[in-house]
Design a protein. Structure first.
Length: 102
């Protein structure tokens, strides 16, 4: 089973740092990140910010470790770290994930 782990970060530096940690620890085979605009509730007010979204491509059993590693370095008190189940995928790509995640 495979997951795309969706994470938001406060800025590009934080996103890149999280990406490098997850790759160096072989918890993900690939990381994508890009700038987004976010609207959300915080302290009973609607907030608007620029953030970065991170997608970590991994095996499902690595989610707990990813969550713990991200929480160690994340600047948010309530970081978004959610697993999206990959129902199907190109077999060669999924095999590549297997080869690169320990």
């Amino acid at each position: 089973m495979y997951y795309f782990v969706y994470i938001t970060a406060s800025n590009e530096e934080e996103a890149r740092n999280i990406a490098k940690i997850l790759l160096e620890k072989r918890l993900a085979a690939c990381i994508n990140y890009w700038k987004i605009n976010s609207l959300y509730w915080w302290n009973d007010e609607i907030q608007e910010d620029e953030e970065y979204v991170i997608i970590a491509k991994t095996r499902a059993e690595k989610f707990s470790e990813i969550k713990e590693e991200v929480k160690k370095v994340h600047s948010y008190t309530t970081p978004c770290i959610c697993a999206l189940n990959v129902e199907e995928g190109e077999r060669k790509f999924l095999d590549w994930i297997d080869e690169n995640v320990e």
